[in-house]
Ligand binder design. Structure first.
Ligand code: SF4
Ligand code: SF4
Length: 393
């Protein structure tokens, strides 16, 4: 089954057809730039790793958006987690948050990795469930640094609904919602005088939970053709072709290309669990500031699990938020599709995946890390040969 799927993914006939369709549609726009934004780190990975950007006609530009929860986690939450771990509270985090640099040093530590080296109690886990198991045995105060988008939110919500979370484990919620960020990115592209986004490749996994409907509202509001896409190279090529087709026909629709997993309504069970436990709130995004209704905080009934509330931590308010990127780091422009990693003077010089200076260089879903790890070495040409595109576009 998997083997046949993978061979379909590289089917030369399908790829050649898509190649022809993309080229034909792009010719209709002549010198007009068609800018297509992805909202998911894994789409950026597919685009870079398989050299898709280098295969586009000159007037089709693929840009990355705010698609990685690690990149947009405000420094404030890292600093608070460092402080807690050094004060003897066990802090659980995902592996890719471990190295995430804060903007301000806390007692000699600028990341949770530093905090652990300084004697802080930091434990890297694969999931919230792993933290639940460990916290039960541990029995003392512990906090889960809960980052993520809608895809991850049910993994926090369901154990709380089912009463599986021990009282000594609290959640520091940094959950963020993708549609408000998409709106923000589209508005800011125009406000900053950049070429408007003319097509959206919407995140596949997020949409398995929220469904395609929220993207359709955005597509209508901004008059931008949108495709909820899967993650194989063929998925991304097909999504680009569909966007160009809609532009050529002057229609705006939301199409579910990732129909093997995404439905219009999404996963109702997961949605119910999320909104049983959380409610929407205005929330900060790293380097960007506050975006209305873009975060999830615990509701009253579940406040007993809220690290902010239970440990008396100060909430990150608009007044307290301060610009949290290093001077010269272009992560805020990169997450809005206004710059690319190679526009940053630190890229692969002072800032590398091994020693990240900014948040986009940390996670495998971060645009700078993807470009740094997978963007060179002739990968594009190699893959083009592999899937039968040796003749170029
Ligand atoms: S959770 Fe899935 S859809 Fe969301 S950014 Fe990560 S890979 Fe993309
Ligand atoms: S290369 Fe590093 S410093 Fe520059 S934008 Fe990317 S993460 Fe920020």
């Amino acid at each position: 089954m998997l083997a046949s799927f993978l061979s379909l993914r590289r089917d030369k006939v399908l790829v050649s057809d898509l190649r022809r369709i993309i080229r034909e549609y792009s010719e209709r726009f002549k010198d007009t730039l068609v800018k297509i934004m992805n909202f998911c780190g894994t789409h950026e990975w597919t685009t870079v790793n398989f050299g898709i950007r280098s295969l586009m006609p000159a007037n089709v530009q693929l840009v990355a958006g705010p698609g990685c929860p690690v990149c947009i986690t405000p420094s404030y939450y890292i600093e608070e987690s460092i402080r807690l771990s050094l004060d003897g509270v066990r802090v659980y985090c995902f592996g890719d948050v471990f190295k995430l640099p804060a903007i301000r040093e806390v007692r000699g530590a600028k990341s949770l990795e530093d905090a652990k080296a300084c004697g802080g109690d930091v434990k890297v886990v694969y999931s919230f469930l792993d933290a639940i198991k460990d916290a039960r045995d541990y029995g003392k105060d512990s906090v889960f640094l809960g980052i993520g988008f809608e895809t991850t939110a049910p993994s926090y919500a369901v154990p709380m609904v089912k009463g599986h979370v021990p009282r000594n484990l609290l959640l520091l919620s940094v959950l963020r919602l993708t549609p408000p960020a998409a709106r923000y990115a589209l508005e800011n592209t125009v406000k900053r005088g950049a070429a408007p986004v003319q097509g959206i490749i919407a995140p596949g996994h997020v949409s398995t939970v929220i469904g395609a409907k929220p993207w359709s509202d955005i597509a209508e509001e901004f008059r931008v053709p949108t495709v909820v896409s899967g993650f194989e190279p063929l998925d991304v090529l097909l999504s680009i072709a569909l966007i160009l087709q809609m532009r050529a026909r002057n229609t705006v629709k939301t199409v579910i290309e990732y129909s093997r997993l995404v439905t219009w309504e999404g996963n109702r069970y997961a949605q119910r669990a999320i909104y049983e436990v959380f409610e929407k709130t205005d929330a900060a995004w790293r380097g960007l500031g506050f975006i209305p209704e873009s975060g999830l905080e615990l509701r009253g009934k579940y406040r007993k699990y809220d690290a902010l509330h239970e440990l008396g931590l100060k909430e990150l308010t608009r007044e307290r938020w301060a610009y949290d990127l290093l001077p010269g780091c272009k992560c805020s422009e990169i997450t809005l599709g206004l710059a690319k990693p190679s526009d940053c003077k630190y890229f692969m010089k002072a800032c590398t995946p091994e020693r990240p200076l900014g948040p986009c260089m940390v996670s495998l879903e971060g645009t700078c890390a993807i470009w740094g790890r997978f963007g060179g070495g002739g990968i594009a040409e190699e893959v083009a040969r592999d899937i039968g595109l040796e003749g170029g576009w």
